[in-house]
Design a protein around this ligand. Structure first.
Ligand code: AMP
Length: 175
């Protein structure tokens, strides 16, 4: 039987990537195992199946991998949030601060409608800066509800505290 502990052990830790001091959580070692990939999708779906999700909004690039599978399984549409200059039509933009410097993400202006119930998805929640920026983009559409889910949450960075209690957060694995 697969458990969150088995999932956790399947995630590779790469020290000092992409820069010194970062413990990078590499999910490729999990994704390549069909039973573990299925566990991620099935258990996340279970949490949301009664919530009426109409769109998965996934963050480039690792969020796209599981985001597509979640959308299909929940019977929802898929909406990409991408780095600047990659979406071809008109976009809303949001800049946000990183530890060093700034980042920017974009969403198509016709991606969502006010009737949508949105599940924001990324592979990992760290400080919460990326998720908050994505929530800012989603909120421009006045949607009904926003939920947030991740495969991994780095509890010590307290990203969850920035997002809750306004938006529910669900993660399968905690470090
Ligand atoms: P944050 O905005 O600080 O919550 O960072 C979340 C984003 O950065 C996600 O898109 C993650 O994929 C990526 N990220 C941040 N820290 C890590 C880490 N230690 N390992 C892997 N990805 C990370």
């Amino acid at each position: 039987m697969i458990t969150p502990e088995i999932l956790k052990k399947a995630i590779r830790n790469v020290p000092d990537f992409p820069k010194k001091g970062i413990q990078f959580k590499d999910i490729t070692t999990l994704l390549k195992q069909p039973d573990l990939l299925r566990y991620v999708i099935d258990n996340t779906t279970k949490y949301y199946e009664d919530k009426g999700i109409t769109k998965i909004v996934a963050i480039e690039s690792r969020g796209f991998i599981t985001g597509g599978a979640l959308a299909e399984k929940l019977g929802a549409g898929f909406v990409p949030v991408r780095k600047p200059g990659r979406l071809p039509a008109e976009v809303f933009k949001k800049s946000y601060a990183l530890e060093y410097g700034e980042n920017c993400i974009e969403i198509h202006r016709d991606a969502l409608v006010p009737e949508d119930i949105v599940l924001l998805h990324d592979d990992l929640l760290a400080t919460g800066g990326t998720a908050l920026a994505a929530i800012d983009l989603i909120s421009r559409f006045n949607v009904q509800q926003v939920y947030c889910c991740f495969i991994i949450e780095l509890d010590f960075l307290k990203g969850r505290e920035k997002i809750m209690p306004l938006y529910d957060v669900f993660s399968l694995v905690h470090f």
